[in-house]
Design a protein around this ligand. Structure first.
Ligand SMILES: Cc1cc2nc3c(=O)[nH]c(=O)nc-3n(C[C@H](O)[C@H](O)[C@H](O)COP(=O)(O)OP(=O)(O)OC[C@H]3O[C@@H](n4cnc5c(N)ncnc54)[C@H](O)[C@@H]3O)c2cc1C
Length: 443
């Protein structure tokens, strides 16, 4: 399942159309709330709506073509060998990584394993891939963004080839391959590549670079390590970008800016980049690559879709452009924030507050502060926390203390966060930087 979800090359159509409609539903396909996407944003939203008793569970429908929900951050730990997995079956059976959506939602929420094909904004209806029509009072779009390796020639075949030393934690269960390549690397050129934003967890590519670098260094290998980016900086907040440049400098990681990945040559073990209209060939003995990300292609032609990779919304209320009962949060929203689950934990309470106000015939009064947190591994066992506000400003809950690499943060992300994600985050009981305490809004 993750295969199709993470590998979608060119964002293929989903194949399944199973209906898991709740047997007890009395709504006859009319719901108070229809949520599109049972990812981090969709599950958190449905849980909090029920927890706050704004709607009954039977008044909510969740739409997702997949039956499985993933805790994606786990792949970073797998790829870096911090949670090594013997093989794909072992990873698929890991409850910290994936669970059946039906098992993690309220039993009375109606779950439709279908794609959304059309949205009828005028008559408040959506059409699903199985031709079913659902009416809504509020529609919440959380379809996320999906990886596409289409613009990196030969990438899929190279990642699938066990003899080609290239992999990506964003492709299928290739995180296992990355860890295997890391373990068998004997020295030479270690190449890490990021791509044009938006990127799901834009910090993940540099995390992999720092983790593997520490592993190679501790093993005493003789290697050159380079990090390639199509951008001029390493993070959208200038201060954090400088911090990351310093960390690279201290670790002898050469940063190559303005390099856009074009192609893999699996025969010569080379990655081909474009750099200011020049073509650059880089040899690799181990490489980690990053795809581009787009909305699922069902969303490409909607009037509110921008550049095929985001949904146009009001960045404070999350209302979709030109609508008054359709919202969008999470990775798909054109918010200028890091595409992270941590940002979603700040978005959901604002969305819930605004929907509650609308239900009570009041005007919406909550606005999103633009928070996102990117925990960056700087070694195998240390992390810095990059907290930002609308991507360009720093937002330091821990003052400068979080910019010093710390073991306690790594311990938290490695051992605590997977448990918190399943027990609290998707249950609407985790509020990111506020931990268990929901933000307070005026009465
Ligand atoms: C490797 C990796 C590491 C990460 N590390 C971190 C981290 O350390 N910290 C952090 O905070 N975040 C991290 N993230 C980011 C985090 O996982 C995302 O920000 C989060 O999953 C986004 O949630 P979402 O609900 O917006 O989208 P998703 O979780 O992607 O869910 C979208 C859902 O919508 C469904 N969907 C798509 N199209 C349709 C359609 N047409 N009809 C119906 N449903 C549809 C999809 O099947 C999917 O289930 C990481 C992500 C990755 C990939």
């Amino acid at each position: 399942m993750l295969a199709s979800k993470l590998s979608i090359s060119g964002v293929k159509a989903f194949s399944k159309g199973i209906l898991y409609k709740n047997f007890h539903s009395i709504n006859n396909d009319t719901y108070k709330v229809v949520i599109v996407g049972a990812g981090a944003a969709g599950l958190n939203t449905s849980s909090l709506l029920i927890k706050r008793k704004i709607f009954n569970a039977s008044e909510i429908a969740l739409i997702d073509p997949f039956e499985i929900h993933y805790y994606y951050s786990f792949l970073t730990l797998v790829g870096g060998g911090l949670k090594p997995q013997k093989n794909e079956d072992f990873l698929k059976n890991n409850k910290n990584f994936q669970r059946n959506i039906r098992d993690v939602i309220h039993p009375k929420v109606s779950l439709f394993n279908n794609n959304v094909k059309e949205i009828d904004l005028k008559f408040n209806k959506i059409h699903l891939s199985n031709n079913l029509e659902l009416k809504y009072k509020y529609l919440i779009l959380c379809p996320g963004i999906m990886p596409s390796f289409d613009n990196i020639k030969n990438s899929i075949m190279s990642m699938n080839n066990p003899n080609c030393n290239v992999s990506s934690i964003y492709y299928q269960l290739n995180a296992i391959k990355l860890n295997n390549l890391k373990n068998s690397f004997k020295g030479g050129d270690a190449i890490f590549v990021t791509n044009t934003p938006p990127t799901k967890c834009g910090g993940a590519p540099i995390k992999m670079c720092f983790i593997l670098n520490d592993y190679f260094r501790k093993k005493g290998l003789n290697y050159n390590i380079k990090f390639y980016t199509p951008l001029e900086s390493l993070f959208s907040v200038e201060e954090y970008s400088e911090k990351l440049f310093d960390l690279c400098d201290q670790r002898n990681i050469e940063v190559k800016t303005n390099h856009k990945i074009l192609e893999i040559d699996p025969i010569k073990s080379q990655i081909i980049f474009s750099n200011n209209n020049k073509i650059i060939n880089q040899h690799f003995d181990i490489a980690h690559i990053t795809p581009e990300f787009f909305l699922h292609n069902d969303f490409h032609n909607f009037p509110f879709t921008q550049k095929k990779n985001s949904i146009e919304i009001d960045s404070t209320t999350f209302l979709v452009k030109n609508t008054n009962n359709v919202f969008c949060i999470g990775d798909a929203a054109n918010l200028s924030v890091g595409k992270t689950a941590s940002s979603i934990s700040s978005q959901v309470p604002v969305l819930i507050r605004n929907i509650t106000r609308l239900e009570n015939n009041q005007s919406m009064d909550a606005s999103f502060d633009g928070y996102s947190l990117c925990p960056v591994f700087t070694s195998l066992n240390q992390i810095i926390l990059l907290e930002s506000k609308f991507s360009t400003e720093s937002a330091k809950s821990f003052f400068n203390k979080a910019l010093k690499p710390r073991r306690i943060f790594a311990f938290f992300i490695k051992y605590m966060m997977p448990k918190i994600y399943w027990a609290l985050f998707i249950k609407g009981k985790w509020f990111g930087k506020r931990f268990l305490f929901a933000p307070k809004f005026p009465k």
